[in-house]
Design a protein around this ligand. Structure first.
Ligand code: ADP
Ligand code: MG
Length: 473
């Protein structure tokens, strides 16, 4: 299957050739023809699988091939402005009337979508895409809107402000995209999204992208789409087989820091993202790494937008080798040079683990994801393993061995052979009983064991039992 066969406009194919795309990814193969047909879409597929092009290519195609009817009897906002001026009226602001709206959870993601749109639309000249974001100076936003862009990419909060002050009119909107819908809901945007959707014509085409289509996302999806085509791409890609995942156990902070410095010197490392739990840690660690001679920079939500953009730009250009970031700030970052992801701190939610490691191994490349874990946190690793339905091998580096050792046979980075869900290999461990597994419920305390090593071993070997009761969590 190639892009021509998907029915895309020649000018779009030309841009894809320039971008070095030779064939569509699986999600694009399914989504593009359906979207061109005008169907609503509900799509879940892993990060890095090419979802941006899956909605933007058909959208550009439709906008490029659409007959110019909408303004035939009307003046464009620009013409209206000009004639108002020539009549000597006070120039008044004419609301922008976008044809397509893409909602994203973060500013970085919005900018990324806009950049991708410029790339895919390089030869469809009439089409303009702009981002409307929190943190952008207001006059700049007004200037962007006054150009009446066909495509608007926005975070929900800021968009609402403009809608409420009459700067945007969705009466001509044809396509609505919710990118990373699950994340937008996690971030509490549900009311904003509902409000925005209510302001768009019911005839619009709606495309929703999400890591999961269950629960809250699924409910919202049902409300805002009409007979959607559901596309769920699973298979080897969802297991992140191109990303080598590892756990390294550490004894304390100094051990962790020494190990990180060591791992950052890996010759196969091109660029890396180090995830921390807090903004302060991101700053502190970035400073420390800089002093140690790594070209490091922090990225987190307390930084001004200008500084965040500069940092991302430095990362894309390769001036920054190590980005030290919090979950929200690094969401959706797509920089091909990122070969390694380090979890300096484990993420709070297993879902975030998947989003974090997805910063590497983009577009079929190989990547490495290393979690630095205290012995007391081994239960968190188990939760992640349950969520991803994969075991993460424990690795030990010579000279950096933890004082407490993991169980024998679990010390190499080899994947366990022949392991199947429900395969409860050594079933003699008490902690395979559901009653004793309350440790992983949020808020419950972790009962300390006398011997951390064997607790780890026990929990690992109870894997099969734990998996059978996956639904308990
Ligand atoms: P997702 O939104 O699914 O996480 P993105 O849309 O950000 O993924 O795409 C991930 C990377 O893959 C980007 O760098 C993009 O340029 C690249 N990409 C997308 N589609 C293709 C393709 N058909 N061929 C090659 N690279 C692609
Ligand atoms: Mg995406």
């Amino acid at each position: 299957m190639n892009f021509e066969e998907l029915g895309l406009h020649v000018n779009i194919i030309r841009a894809l050739t320039d971008a070095g795309y030779t064939k569509p990814t699986p999600v694009q193969e399914q989504a593009i023809p359906a979207a061109i047909e005008g169907r609503d879409l509900l799509v879940s597929s892993q990060t890095g699988s090419g979802k941006t092009a899956a909605f933007m290519l058909p959208a550009l195609h439709k906008l490029a091939t659409a007959e110019v009817v909408s303004y035939s009897n009307e003046k464009t906002p620009n013409q209206e402005r000009q004639s108002a001026r020539s009549r000597g009226d006070r120039p008044r602001f004419v609301a922008a009337k976008p044809k397509m709206l893409v909602l994203t959870p973060t500013r970085e993601l919005a900018l990324q979508v806009t950049t991708a749109t410029d790339k895919y639309g390089a030869y469809t000249r009439r089409l303009k895409a702009v981002s409307i974001l929190g943190g952008m100076p207001y006059p700049k936003q007004m200037q962007l809107l006054s150009r009446n862009p066909e495509i608007l990419v926005a975070t929900p909060g800021r968009l609402i402000d403009h809608m409420e002050s009459g700067k945007i009119d969705f009466s001509e909107l044809q396509m609505l995209v919710l990118d990373e819908a699950d994340r937008m809901l996690d971030m509490g945007f549900i009311e904003d999204i509902e409000k925005i959707v209510a302001a768009t014509p019911p005839t619009r085409q709606t495309m929703l992208f999400s890591a999961t289509l269950d629960g809250v996302v699924g409910n919202m999806a049902k409300r805002i789409t009409t007979e959607p085509m559901v596309i769920q791409i699973a298979g080897s890609a969802s297991k992140h087989e191109n990303i080598q995942q590892k756990v390294h156990f550490v004894d304390d902070l100094s051990h962790k820091n020494r190990m990180l410095d060591h791992l950052l010197r890996d010759v196969s490392l091109d660029q890396a993202v180090v995830f921390t739990a807090t903004k302060r840690d991101a700053d502190t660690i970035a400073d420390r790494l800089n002093i140690a001679g790594f070209a490091a920079a922090a990225l987190h939500g307390d930084m001004h937008q200008g500084a965040r953009n500069r940092t991302l730009d430095g990362l894309r250009r390769g001036h920054i080798r190590v980005l030290v970031a919090t979950d929200v700030a690094a969401r959706g970052i797509d920089v091909p040079g990122i070969t390694h992801v380090f979890n300096y701190d484990l993420p709070k939610f297993p879902e975030d683990y998947v989003h974090r490691i997805g910063r590497t191994g983009r577009a079929g490349r190989k990547g490495v994801a290393v979690s630095l874990v205290n012995h007391a946190e081994s239960m968190h690793v188990k939760r992640i393993e349950r969520f991803t339905k994969q075991l993460i091998p424990v690795d030990v580096i010579e000279g950096f061995e933890p004082k407490k050792t993991a169980a024998p046979g679990r010390t190499s980075a080899r994947k366990p052979q022949g392991w199947k869900p429900g395969d409860n290999r050594k079933s003699g461990y008490g902690n395979s009983k559901p009653g004793q597994r309350s440790f992983s419920k949020p808020g419950s305390s972790t009962a300390p064991r006398k011997d951390g090593g064997s607790a780890y071993k026990g929990s690992r070997q109870a894997e099969g039992g734990a998996r059978r009761s996956f639904g308990d969590y």
